[in-house]
Design a protein around this ligand. Structure first.
Ligand code: NAP
Length: 265
């Protein structure tokens, strides 16, 4: 796979696994964006350490996706370095639990700002670049499969169903389904595809944290998740990379459930 991949929340969990999955498919130019400078440094050093002289080129930039000017700055920096953005994966996300009637406004707003507005700020800059770049040379014989760019937003099973004490998260994840689908129809004629992925319960620092681990254990019993286990970040990352690839050239506006069967029950 050729091209430049950009990943928000790229230093941890699903975002980090996605970076590794792109590399395993041959992508050599990566832009990693995360709010956490330490994890960004540690992760990009670990990727470079595993690189066997494959000319891996990583731009790792600390950025809070709720800061629209900072988002514009980092995407400008990425384009200055690599000239284009072919795949954009918007994975940065947070949660904050409360009963609806007891949410502090600041806590509510922070979740909405990161999970909904942050995705919008990133998409706006990603699309502005994708729209003006040439099509990436097509690997397939059929040039109808060529693309200018592909975006994958990391949604959730909570884009479709509620979760107790999680109204801000559930609201934000429902909202980005609308954003993803509308983007898909607005940009189809530009050669840009936009899809979402809806992970079930995945073992990442969010779900393994002391306040969430019991929910992870209970929610991954066979009566909730038919496969009877949590997913691993790589199982989400592989599907994200496929959705970005030319192999998914006729998938647009879809939200793919990757949840061990959770939403089928
Ligand atoms: P994670 O390991 O915590 O990764 C999220 C990354 O985003 C972290 O490095 C985090 O930094 C960073 N981040 C948080 N706020 C940010 C901001 N304002 N700007 C830039 N980066 C920010 O969690 P994950 O489980 O991989 O989650 C990734 C995405 O998957 C999220 O959108 C989440 O909602 C979604 N998802 C996860 C699951 C699951 O079971 N894990 C299920 C469905 C959907 P800090 O560590 O400093 O916060």
């Amino acid at each position: 796979m050729q091209g430049v991949a950009l990943i928000t929340g790229g230093a941890s969990g699903i975002g980090a696994a996605t970076a590794e999955a792109f590399i395993s498919k041959g992508v050599r130019r990566l832009v990693l964006i995360d709010i956490n400078q330490d994890s960004l440094d540690t992760f990009s050093q670990s990727l470079k350490a595993k690189d066997n002289g494959d000319k891996l080129d990583i731009l790792a930039v600390q950025c809070d996706v709720t800061d629209e000017d900072a988002v514009k700055g980092v995407i400008d920096q990425a384009v200055q370095k690599f000239g284009r953005i072919d795949y954009a994966v918007n994975s940065a996300g947070i949660t904050n639990k409360s009963k609806v009637g007891q949410y502090k406004t600041a806590d509510w707003n922070r979740v909405i700002n990161v999970n909904q507005n942050g995705v919008f700020y990133c998409m706006r800059e990603e699309l502005a670049q994708m729209e003006k770049q040439d099509f990436l040379p097509c690997q397939s014989k059929d040039t109808r499969r060529a693309q200018r760019g592909a975006i994958v937003n990391v949604c959730s099973i909570n884009s479709f169903v509620a979760a107790k004490l999680n109204a801000a998260y559930v609201s934000s994840k429902h909202a980005i389904v609308g954003l993803t689908k509308t983007c898909a129809i607005d940009y189809a004629s530009h050669g840009i595809r936009c899809n979402g992925i809806a992970p079930g319960y995945i073992e990442t620092p969010i779900t393994l944290s002391p306040q969430n681990i019991e929910v992870l254990r209970k929610s991954t019993q066979p009566e909730r998740t038919p496969q009877g286990r949590p997913g691993i970040p790589e199982e989400i990352a592989d599907v994200i990379v496929f959705l970005c690839s030319e192999g998914a050239s006729f998938v647009n506006g879809a939200i793919w459930e990757v949840d061990g069967g959770f939403l089928t029950l």
